[in-house]
Ligand binder design. Sequence first.
Ligand SMILES: Cc1ncc(COP(=O)(O)OP(=O)(O)O)c(N)n1
Ligand SMILES: Cc1ncsc1CCOP(=O)(O)O
Ligand SMILES: [Mg+2]
Length: 228
Amino acid sequence: MTQNHRPFPRLHVLTDTRDGRDPLPEVRCAISTGMAAIQVRAKDRTDREVFALTTAVLELARPAGTLVLVDDRVDIALAAGADGVHLGANDLPVAAVRRLTPNGFIVGATVRNPEMARAAEADGATYLGAGPVHPTATKLGLPDPLGPHGIAALTAATALPVIAIGGVTPQRVSDLRAAGAHGVAVVTALSAAADPAAVATALAAALDGPPGQRRPVPVAQHRDEVRA
Ligand SMILES: Cc1ncc(COP(=O)(O)OP(=O)(O)O)c(N)n1
Ligand SMILES: Cc1ncsc1CCOP(=O)(O)O
Ligand SMILES: [Mg+2]
């Protein structure tokens, strides 16, 4: 684990490994913003491949002091020396992972309503991932989007940082921050972008500073715009 004295990251970039893609280019873009965390999410890879990807991400992230989290797998996170894990409904419970992991280990939990948020906080979560906040094609079978209103209900129920996920683009950040979200998590905003560096910069700019400030977002950041 790295000793990180920065505020908890507002921009969480999840790796997109679908169709054999190499996620390291967008990982580099995210790291270069200086305000991201990288979450290694690789549903289509073997344990050994996820471990290798986590190690590769850590090699890029460590010199910049960027936090690295692993989706689902506390064992891989610990084995690779990552900073934390993100847990969903089918993963080990937060309280069990707390017992397994050292002080300072980051434990994120997926929540979709205030009850889940309160339970995860009581169990020792470090932060909450809330979504989908907007429609997304990246993960199938999700419930209806929460929208900024759903995020506001969650943030009112917890003192933990809430990271909104699902269909997030730079243009959508302002409303999410106004709803109390600490930050956002993205997959395709970067992985499907024609210019991932520009999108990473735009996300970072939209997340920087106090909530409520509307900042200009100059480049095409949504995949629909990118493909149009
Ligand atoms: C920051 C963040 N929030 C939510 C999720 C979703 O996690 P999970 O419910 O475990 O679903 P999968 O990502 O495993 O499909 C997340 N990964 N990160
Ligand atoms: C894993 C996950 N959980 C809720 S939405 C989502 C996918 C988010 O991907 P994108 O940023 O491409 O909409
Ligand atoms: Mg997961």
